[in-house]
Ligand binder design. Sequence first.
Ligand code: FRU
Length: 438
Amino acid sequence: NLYEEPLRGQFHFSPMRGWNNDPNGMVFYNGEYHLFFQHNPYGWAWGNMTWGHAVSKDMVHWEELPSALLPDEMGPMFSGGAVVDWKNTSGFGKDGKPPMVVFYTAAGNPTVQCMAYSNDGRHFTKYEGNPIIKEISGGNRDPKVVWHEPTKSWVLVFYVELGGVHTMHFFTSPNLKEWTFASKIDGFFECPEFFEAPVDGDATKKKWVLSGASSDYRIGSFDGKTFTPETSMLPGQRGKDFYAAQAFSDQPDGRHILIGWWRTETRGMPFNQSMSIPLDLRLVQTAEGPRLTYTPVKELEALRAKSHRIAPQSLKPGDKNPLDDIRAELVEVRAEFEPGEADEVIFNIRDVMVVYDAKKQEFSVNGHRAPAPLIDGKQRITIFCDRTGVEAFASDGLCFIPMPINLKGENRRLYLETRGGAAKIASLEVHELRSAWK
Ligand code: FRU
């Protein structure tokens, strides 16, 4: 049945049919989250780039709608972002209601930046004045637009390959139609994300974050024209096959919620690839300076079908597996522990090895390792497991390892063990999850 195929992620968005890559045009508009995506409606592999479209009330349950932007005489529809034009600066609004405006790359010859708008979140009209930015080089694409309140202007940041150098260009506009070059910065590749967020939730300490498609990022300040980095390039996610992540514009509660293209390979399925779970991004102050943390959005709690809370315990090598009684396909595991004498705390989730190496303070998924410091002597780990892999989090989100792996449907066992000595397990929860498609 539709959405029940063996390799269909059950709480990860994927299109009904055909290929997807990047999330596009992520915006909250008229009470709905909109997720557009790079889509091939006619094939299993990349091609015929079209903007697919889905909507959700909670970012967890998605309904796919007809494609929003079809290829035209200017080319296929490559990636970009969206905004709500609250003040109707563009004049695209209707009946006193603000329009949704989406930005995309028409990847023809020349390759140019364009826009389209909608007054109902269902029908899209391409702007008759397209392109809004002419070709700078053949490799220019992926416009992301944000509102800059202090200068009361729109800012468009996009990727431009200049003589082999990867750059981001910033343009500004009063009305989304006329754009003026403002600045450029080297060292970022494809699909920018750019937002301002408070450090440790303190609204008086806001910083801007600029990232490229890999999620590597720099934190700094922005005066409306120039981004001035205050950190070196930092790794965002530390896993594999997570790319081109974008955050929702106009998020009503001010959170920065990101979805990435999760390159799950779904051979034999009528669709290919999928999206990550929605991730809540925050800036926290660490001893090394401000850093991004990634945590699963709280809306995912709606998927919990049955919860197991396991008693706190000292777990030593050879002890009975505390997860022995549980069988689950879709699962969320949360644990808090002090490693104590243990060298390793090992979760086996349906044959995926999620390991905390206490000696090295490293976290790993199937051997793919990343630094994961203890925080106040404790480690807190969250693991989401779907048919197509796991997303694992440690160190309160400082360490995020997405890892697509096609799991064996029949293996529903979970294990927890320690090596080298006892660890103090302060809390351990396993939530069996339901499908988001039902
Ligand atoms: C990133 C990307 C973008 C481009 C799109 C085309 O995955 O290469 O730069 O707009 O995919 O599908």
